[in-house]
Design a protein around this ligand. Structure first.
Ligand code: SF4
Length: 139
């Protein structure tokens, strides 16, 4: 049995699903939804919840012609470094809005190309995450 046959046997190709890149998806963006709603939704996460974190790194060394990801090509690290500083501020903001007793159960980095980050920048970013979030058992 090939890998594709095996995936078929799991039913992976039996349903059409939307391409999922953000929450809420772009077709649910509306002018009446803003920062206050966002803050309220985060603050409403139950105390003790296990949360997942997705860090979007929207940069690539060059763009592939077939790509539909929200990313941009860059020849220098200057915009990347500036973005990471803003992302760390966002991590702080989200953590401050969440109830105290939440724990991080999943961490996902996507893009773009997360490996565009230098080891030092990746360390800085992940240190911020783990300084701010306690990890759930089994993380
Ligand atoms: S996200 Fe991946 S596929 Fe898209 S442009 Fe970057 S490297 Fe290419």
């Amino acid at each position: 049995m090939t890998h594709i046959d095996q995936l078929h046997s799991y039913g992976l190709f039996d349903a059409n699903a939307p391409r999922y890149t953000s929450y809420p998806p772009a077709n649910h963006f509306a002018a009446g939804v803003g920062a206050d709603n966002h803050a309220g939704w985060i603050a409403a996460v139950p105390t003790g919840a296990r949360v997942s974190l997705y860090l979007h790194i929207p940069f690539c060394k060059r763009l592939c012609w077939f790509c539909a990801c929200r990313t941009q090509g860059t020849k220098t690290m200057r915009p990347v470094e500036a973005y990471i500083d803003t992302l760390m501020t966002e991590i702080d903001r989200v953590r401050d809005l969440l109830p105290h007793k939440v724990s991080l159960s999943r961490l996902h980095l996507g893009g773009g190309t997360p490996t565009i980050l230098s080891p030092e920048t990746m360390t800085k970013l992940l240190t911020r995450v783990f300084d701010r979030f306690a990890t759930a058992k089994g993380f």
